[in-house]
Design a protein around this ligand. Structure first.
Ligand code: CIR
Length: 253
């Protein structure tokens, strides 16, 4: 059961953030509206949402998920692999002190983005990507091992982050796309397969009684509903332009 979420408002510099997509420049006002609707969806799922102020110095800082991994036992501050984003952890460290007494850190040369970390009950899956290196993955494994969590490390082939292509919905159900569909690490789960055309919808979040999904992906929506979940759709177009998935916009705990 999630009780809290942390998000960060979008600054005007958001439109100049990092991206590899060729979907064009985001519209700032539209992104603001979409962010408000995202927060509303989180609240509907029953969590208290802490909204941090925007930080114009960090265009990508609305993607708070990359800066931390939260568990009931500890909060872990990551070491984001993109240089322009690394400073985002400075403030996040202070924010998380209000929520957690036990704070752990990934340290250089280890690099790790929260988007590469998926939790399934007491196991983590950590993707090695352009943002998360092996040293970061191994540090993560050692730290979480102290708290009784297992870690499986998964080198990525194409996906940007691990959770770009695989997300746990609970009840042994994994929403899964692309290179992960036949990956042996995930073979024991009930796999809800996302087609290539709808790949962006591979990143959804289970929030208490709901699954929050990006709007406009009817096939994936139906598959999730068929398994028995109630879906809340949110427009994500302006975040997609900046390579941002739905999970990246919040820390949930
Ligand atoms: C970046 O390149 O870091 C941002 N433009 C997007 C981050 C997306 N985060 C995520 O998928 N967890």
């Amino acid at each position: 059961m999630f009780k809290q979420a942390i998000v960060r408002k979008i600054g005007k510099s958001f439109v100049n953030g990092l991206t590899t997509s060729d979907l064009g420049t985001p519209n700032y006002d539209k992104a603001l509206e979409q962010h408000v609707a995202y927060v509303k969806a989180l609240k509907r799922s029953g969590v208290k949402v802490t909204v941090l102020e925007m930080d114009e110095n960090f265009p990508d800082s609305t993607f708070v998920e990359d800066t931390a991994v939260l568990t009931p036992k500890c909060a872990l501050i990551t070491n984001p692999g993109a240089e322009s984003r690394n400073g985002e952890i400075i403030e996040m460290k202070e924010v998380l002190k209000d929520f957690h007494d036990t704070i752990e850190y990934i340290q250089s040369p280890g690099m790790l983005d929260g988007g590469d970390v998926m939790q399934v009950e007491d196991r983590f899956y950590v993707g090695l990507s352009t943002r998360t290196n092996e040293a970061g993955g191994l540090q993560f494994k050692e730290i979480m091992g102290k708290y009784g969590y297992g870690t499986t490390i998964i080198p990525l082939k194409k996906f940007f982050h691990l959770k770009t292509g695989v997300n746990y919905l609970g009840d042994n159900n994994l929403l899964i796309a692309g290179e992960f569909i036949n990956h042996e690490a995930f073979s024991s789960y009930n796999r809800i397969v996302v087609t290539e055309e709808e790949e962006y919808a591979g990143n959804c979040i289970r929030m208490n009684d709901y699954v929050i999904i990006p709007k406009g992906f009817e096939g994936t929506k139906k598959k999730i509903e068929d398994v028995g979940y109630t879906v809340i759709e949110v427009e994500m177009s302006e975040f997609q332009k900046q390579d941002g998935g739905l999970s990246c916009l919040s820390l949930r705990f």
